[in-house]
Ligand binder design. Structure first.
Ligand code: C5P
Length: 660
């Protein structure tokens, strides 16, 4: 590979983030789901599954053991089903996949008879198997080891699981316990598992137990070291099982809006995630580094102020995600201290010192200790002329974390970082750089967003908040009608005088002024201030003027011209709110959102504003008029805001926008 090919230049975002990320499925969940699908019988389609060496190896093993295991790359599914043939003998290769090595041998132990040859990569031959194989032997299986005792390669002659009390040593790998738990319900007499040592990585055992329940396998946890009453229960999943996206991989897209601004919808993440690393999202939210809203179909992460005060975080339980936070820390306003990470010095690389080295190369001050790292704000990060070389030391997490920092909004779009040996991401996320490119591309798309609804449903506050987050231009078309109403009334034109209205409109000159990200219509060169257009008098006549053909034609041209105006002013998109935006002004808008709320909620909201406004009368006039009446566009997403907080509505609206 030439030197040029061995680096990945990271282009900064030229627009704020506004995109959907679909990270790969979790490896731990995919491989557990495959075994549990095989154990429960019937057909299961695993959606959002990870395709990687380890999951392919699991799939091959299942096929050798008499199951159908079909991969559909386009649909990202594995279909698992019984083939109807149970092999008497098979050769199984487990590579260096710990989950396959442990879970497949436990699965084979449930077979009554046959001879199975297991082999592995050299690395797997020295990884711990003894605790598990001893337990399976005690349960009835026979083993013949070809090289070293209790390690690959070996021949296994299963005789089913006899049950009874089983002393299990899972102190070196929680997968040993997970493997036994998954097959516990197949024991011929009731099984009682008693741990003889401590368990490590408890979150993975919890993941196994929760997934077992989904697939119809129950157990009683008598204490942290004793499990019994293994049984079949009603499964909560049917033919389909949705594999959660990998929470650590998802974390890169959670960090992205902190760096690039805007919002990213991370598809598939679940509120009650099975994965410990999903706590990274809680950390982002609780610390105020980002806003995280957990919706039914995924999380929407949006930028908050970066100006946070100095903070200290313990990453002991989520240490795979510490490089993600450390790499983006220079763009935050306060010193970020991360502790509980000493053990990561012995992972793919010495993560603590490599993160520190890369941050220093980017001109950032870092204090490094054995177990912790403090990163100081670096206001000059935007000025780096780069590209600075990021050392990955073959560690995928270094590559991905610093690629996120490299997205820091650029004014000249010149890369600030180049990632050494980018292919190292293939360990967990082969398509990472492609996915990052599509998120960037989607963020650069100019979107037109129509937000419609009656009076006091929350259109303005939601549209303004979404515009601010995404860097889109906000346009309140209600203010257009109010401004014209003010101008007409000021000149003595009454709502009853339709001819007078058209005549006078011809003498009006419209323009635009931008104030705090919102476009205001100027009338004859000036913005008519809010206190003059939000009065009782205007409230009671605006809808009558707004129903006139002459008024609507007059503003339509102006309103449609706002899209080009927003582009020419460098905004990333346009959010226009009103009554007829989705139906008449921008019928081809990229997203249409229709807000509604019950009467009582709307009246209470208006009362808070302290202006007398008969909203139901206005709504009646607006929705019954002949021209461009207020109505929900067929292709609009309808959100009832009555029982939602403003932030909840904003989160849903942002998700709809970035998904388009
Ligand atoms: O949104 P707001 O309540 O300020 O709108 C005032 C009035 O302007 C509405 O009651 C309606 O009559 C008119 N309007 C309209 N079409 C729009 C926006 C507002 O007819 N797109």
């Amino acid at each position: 590979m030439s030197e040029a090919e061995n680096f990945q230049l990271v282009r900064p975002f030229s627009k704020k983030c506004a995109a959907v990320a679909v990270p790969p499925g979790s490896k731990s969940v995919t491989n557990r789901a495959m075994v549990l699908s095989a154990l429960r019988g019937g057909e299961t389609v695993l959606r959002g599954a990870l395709f990687s060496r380890d999951t392919e190896i699991m799939s091959d093993c299942l096929r050798s053991l008499g199951f159908v295991s079909e991969r559909d790359s386009a649909a990202r599914t594995f279909r698992i089903a019984p083939s109807g043939k149970k092999p008497e003998a098979a050769k199984l290769f487990v590579g260096n996949a710990g989950t396959v090595a442990r879970f497949a041998s436990a699965l084979v132990a449930t077979f009554d008879g046959g001879e199975f040859i297991f082999d592995s990569d050299d690395e797997m031959k020295v990884r711990p198997m003894k605790g598990l194989l001893e337990a399976l032997k005690e349960q009835g299986s026979e083993f013949e080891f070809f090289e070293r005792e209790w390690s690959f390669p070996f021949k296994m002659s299963p005789r089913g699981l006899k049950g009874g009390t089983l002393a299990l040593d899972a102190s070196v790998s929680s997968q040993i316990l997970s493997a036994i738990l998954m097959v516990g319900a197949f024991a011929k007499s009731p099984l009682d598992v008693v741990l003889s040592g401590e368990t490590v990585s408890r979150p993975f055992v919890d993941m196994t137990i929760k997934m077992m329940e989904s697939f119809g396998f129950g157990l009683d946890e008598i204490s942290k070291s004793r499990f019994s009453n293994f049984r079949r229960i009603e499964p909560s999943v049917g033919e389909f099982y949705d594999v959660e996206p990998d929470a650590t991989a998802a974390g890169y897209f959670g960090a992205l809006p902190v760096v690039a601004g805007g919002a990213c919808f991370i598809a598939g993440l679940k509120k009650d995630s099975l994965q410990g690393d999903s706590a990274f999202f809680d950390l982002l939210q609780e610390s105020g580094i980002a806003r995280v809203d957990k919706l039914d179909e995924g999380f929407i992460v949006s930028s908050e102020t970066r100006d946070i005060s100095p903070r200290e975080f313990d990453f002991k339980d989520i240490s795979d995600t510490f490089p993600t936070l450390a790499a983006i820390a220079p763009v935050l306003g306060g010193k970020i201290s991360i502790c509980g990470i000493g053990h990561t010095r012995r992972q793919e690389c010495d993560r603590v010192s490599t993160v520190a080295e890369n941050l220093r190369a980017l001109g950032t001050k870092v204090d490094e200790k054995e177990d912790s790292l403090s990163v100081y704000p670096n206001p000059d990060i935007a000025k780096i002329s780069g590209p600075v070389e990021i050392k990955t030391r073959f560690d995928h997490r270094m590559a991905m974390s610093f690629a996120v920092l490299g997205c820091f909004e650029g004014f000249d779009s010149k890369p600030r970082v180049k990632i050494e040996d980018p292919k190292c991401v293939s360990k967990t996320y082969p398509n990472f750089f492609d996915d990052l490119d599509s998120v960037r591309e989607s963020s650069e798309k100019f979107r037109i967003v129509a937000v419609d609804g009656g009076a006091a449903v929350g259109k303005s506050s939601v549209s303004k908040a979404c515009s601010k987050t995404l860097g889109y231009l906000h346009v309140d078309t209600g203010a257009h009608y109010r401004t014209l109403t003010y101008g007409l009334l000021e000149e003595g034109i009454l709502p009853s005088d339709e001819n007078g209205v058209s005549e006078r409109l011809a003498s009006f000159t419209l323009g635009t002024a931008v104030e705090n990200g919102s476009a205001r219509m100027t009338l004859n060169g000036r913005v008519v201030p809010d206190e003059l257009i939000r009065t009782k008098t205007i409230n009671s006549s605006v809808s009558i003027f707004a129903a006139m053909q002459s008024v609507r034609s007059f503003v339509k041209k102006y309103q449609t011209s706002m899209a080009d105006f927003a582009k020419s002013e460098g905004f990333g998109g346009l959010i226009m709110e009103g009554r007829d935006i989705g139906n008449a002004i921008f019928p081809n808008a990229d997203v249409k959102i229709f807000l509604c709320a019950d009467e009582a909620t709307r009246a209470a909201r208006r009362a808070k504003e302290g202006i007398s406004d008969s909203i139901s009368e206005r709504d009646k006039l607006d929705s019954t008029r002949k021209i461009s009446p207020l109505k929900c566009a067929e292709d609009a997403v309808k959100i009832d805001t009555s029982k939602l907080s403003k932030d909840e509505v904003v989160a849903r609206a942002l998700a709809e926008i970035v998904k388009s």
